[in-house]
Design a binder for this molecule. Structure first.
Ligand code: ATP
Ligand code: MG
Length: 416
């Protein structure tokens, strides 16, 4: 029996013509992020496991359950990256960028890995487009990033989204709040699973991010951080809202928004799609401020803010509107007894930069024309002995069916 292979669960192939959608997405990203002054950074897909544990927080779902970790042949603890911020910060520190640049605006695009349960919009290898800005503490930077995310979505034709905002306060404020949250959940300790009890003692705020159903009422009655913000964070949050209003950007304040990673401080935001194709995986963009992270990972104290978008979810939203179509060739050459001339002409026209195709299997003229139609070629030329003798060919417009006579030597010029 022959052995059959399938791809790993949750790690999909992207095939043509769907790749057209991806290319459009990537090209649009380069265009918009460029316009906002962002340079592209590319980091490796694997890092030391400790980087993520320290960066993301050991009590988060991502670190607790979702990491692809292994020992390499030198017994080093390695992980496939589950997100982009920790690697980008690692790189920022490693190359001592702060010594050269007071401000760095970077974006990245690439695959991320999380061992999650598969469903619509949730995969084990998925792709993120992210942006990070180092060196600016002002709320104006938070607002610029939010505007960038929304402009990008608009460019893709994704309009039905809701921007949700929250502030998580500064480190002290969070410590005080963690104590209150601990007290709140402690009174119901008996209903918590053993695992959640551990989380309660180690990192109570994480409970607010729990997706377990029986936690919902407890979370609903939990204290609200936004009501206890420190003055500076309050001011930052008010100013952010004022700046967004100046740009006529709609938002809702969601005091329950905590985000899944530990490193956020002050601003946290999500862009949620209203469309139903995504089911429960409706958050297309998540981000916020992480002013303490660079220092926490061994760098100088540096304010920073960023976001990441899930590209599969964007593709689902784009695909729901416009099915991707592979662009057909400009010209299809049909061999009717001039196989080597077709072979040479094909090469000549392609070198000239034209999208030209032929059926390398040869076969009947009818079957070759069928192939030309299937590919959606715009023009076609049938080349046989007669055409070679006179040097004249019929250039056929495949859509209208009209033909016009041209010299073989003029085909290239005509097609331009
Ligand atoms: P969620 O609440 O949906 O699990 P998250 O808080 O874990 O999201 P982030 O770590 O903030 O997500 O990642 C940013 C974005 O990346 C998400 O908003 C989502 O669009 C996308 N994303 C996260 N995990 C996955 C996944 N497993 N498959 C596809 N996209 C994902
Ligand atoms: Mg998640």
């Amino acid at each position: 029996m022959k052995q059959k292979f399938s791809g790993l669960r949750g790690m999909g192939d992207i095939l043509p013509p769907d790749t057209v959608l991806w290319q459009r997405l990537e090209a649009t990203a380069r265009e918009i992020f460029g316009a906002f002054g962002f340079g592209e950074i590319r980091t490796p897909i694997a890092e030391e496991t400790a980087l993520f544990e320290r960066g993301i927080g050991e009590d988060t779902e991502v670190i607790g359950k979702e990491m692809y970790s292994f020992l390499d042949k030198g017994d080093r603890h390695i992980s496939l990256r589950p997100e982009g911020t920790a690697p980008v910060v690692r790189s920022y520190i490693e190359h001592a960028i702060h010594q050269r640049e007071p401000i760095s605006k970077w974006f990245y695009m690439g695959p991320m890995f999380r061992y999650e349960r598969m469903k619509t919009g949730r995969y084990r290898q998925f792709h993120q487009l992210g942006a990070e800005v180092f060196g600016i503490a002002e709320p104006r930077q938070d607002a610029e990033l939010i505007q960038l995310a929304l402009e990008f979505l608009k460019k893709l034709g994704i309009f039905e989204v809701r921007l949700e905002l929250n502030s998580l306060g500064d480190v002290d404020c969070r410590r005080r709040f963690a104590e209150k949250t601990h007290a709140h959940f402690s009174s119901s300790r008996h209903v918590l699973s053993e695992e959640l009890q551990k989380t309660l003692d180690r990192n109570p705020m994480r409970l607010l991010d729990s997706k377990e159903e029986r936690m919902a009422p407890l979370i609903a009655s939990a204290p609200i951080l936004l009501e206890q913000l420190d003055d500076a964070s309050r001011e930052h949050f008010d100013e952010l809202q004022r700046l967004l209003r100046l740009l006529e950007i709609d938002f809702v304040v969601n005091p329950r928004l905590v985000r899944g990673l530990d490193y956020y401080s002050r601003t946290a935001f999500e862009v949620v799609a209203e469309a139903s194709v995504l089911g429960t995986a409706s958050t297309v963009c998540g981000g916020g401020r992480y002013d303490a992270l660079v220092e926490q990972l061994g760098g100088p104290s540096t304010p920073a803010v960023g976001f990441a978008m899930g590209l599969e979810r964007l593709c689902l939203l784009m695909g729901a509107k416009s099915k991707a179509v592979l662009q057909g060739p400009l010209l299809f050459l049909v061999d009717a007894g001039a196989r080597d001339e077709v072979w040479k002409l094909l090469s000549f026209l392609r070198k000239a930069g034209l999208a030209v195709e032929a059926d390398l299997r040869g076969g009947s003229v009818k079957s070759q024309l069928k192939r030309a139609n299937k590919l959606g070629a715009q023009y076609c030329i049938v080349l046989g002995e007669a055409e070679l003798k006179t040097g004249q060919v019929q250039l056929k417009d495949m859509q209208s069916g009209t033909e016009r006579e041209v010299m073989l030597s003029e085909v290239e010029g005509m097609l331009r």
